[in-house]
Design a protein around this ligand. Sequence first.
Ligand code: NAD
Length: 292
Amino acid sequence: MAQLIDGKKTAEGIVEKIAAEVEHLQFKPGLAVIIVGEDDASQVYVKNKVLKAKQCGFKSVKHHMDESTSQADLLYMIDSLNKDESIHGILVQLPLPAHIDAGAVIQAISSKKDVDGFHYLNAGMLATGAYEKALVPCTPYGVMYMLKQVHGDDMAGMEAVMIGHSNIVGKPMVQLLLNEECTVHICHKATRDVKKHAQQADILIVATGVPHLVKGDWIKKGATIIDVGINSVEIGDGRRRLVGDVDFDAAKEIAGAITPVPGGVGPMTIAMLMMNTLKAACVINNVDIPKI
Ligand code: NAD
C-alpha cells in the first residue's frame, strides 16, 4: 500500500511557517487578486486565496471588476498595482471574459510581482535554470515541494514522466524535473502509447483533465504518483464527486507514494502562491528569502 502524500497537511504547515516568518519582517508582504466577472468557480478560488493571504499575515486585497470591464481599464488597474509599493504580488484570476486578451494582461504584470509565474521573463529564467531567481508557477512548484518530501534532494537520474504539456503545469514541471537532473519524458494527447511511457516512470505526474486516464497497470511498482487533475464526475442520482486523472484505488496498491484528489496538489497550489508572494516581497525589499 502506497504512502499517502498529504498535500492538505503540508500546505497548512507551509502557511504556518510563512506566517511565522512574516512576523519578523520589517515590511508586510502584499497580495492583490483581480477577478473580472462572476464565474462561480473563480469566485471560490479567489476567496480561498484572499483568506490564505490573511492567514499568512499579508496585506490582502481583492479587486472585483465588472464582466464588461474593458481591457484598457484592466491594464490601468494592473499598472497602478505595479506602482503600488505596498503590493508585491499581483494575480489576475483566469479565465478572463472573451473580449480581453489574457496573454496581454499577464505580460502587463511586472515580472517581479508575477506570483503566478506566467510572465515570459519568469518562464525564461526557469527554462535557463535560474530557478532560485524565478517566480515559478504555483502548481509545479507545489509538486516539486511534495516530491522533495518523498525523495529528498536526490532525484538525479530518476525516470520522470510528465503526462500533459500545458504552459501552467506540464512545461514548467518539466523544467523543474530537469533542474533535479531527472531523465524526463513528456507525453500529451498526440503521444502514441502513453501507457508504455508511464510504465517506465519512477516519478509519474499527470495533468490532463481526463478522469482516471492512468490505470493501475500503467504504474511501475514503487513509483511516486502525483495526480494534478481535478475533474467533477457524475456518480448517480445527480450527485457529483471530484476525481483525479489517476485511478487512485488501483494505483495505491502498486505505487510507492501517491497524492489523493482532493487533498493533494490542490491545497499545495495555494500554499505556493503564498510562498511566491513572500519571495517577491523579499526580493523587492532586498532581503534574503526565508527557507520554508
Ligand atoms: P490543459 O487542458 O491546458 O492541458 C491538458 C494536457 O493534457 C495537454 O498537454 C494535452 O495534450 C494532454 N492530454 C489531454 N488528453 C490526453 C490523453 N488522453 N493522453 C495524454 N495526454 C492528454 O490542462 P491543464 O491546465 O494543464 O490542467 C490539467 C488538469 O489539471 C485539469 O484537470 C486541471 O483542472 C488540473 N489542474 C489542477 C491544478 C491544481 O491546483 N490541482 C492546477 C492546474 C490544473
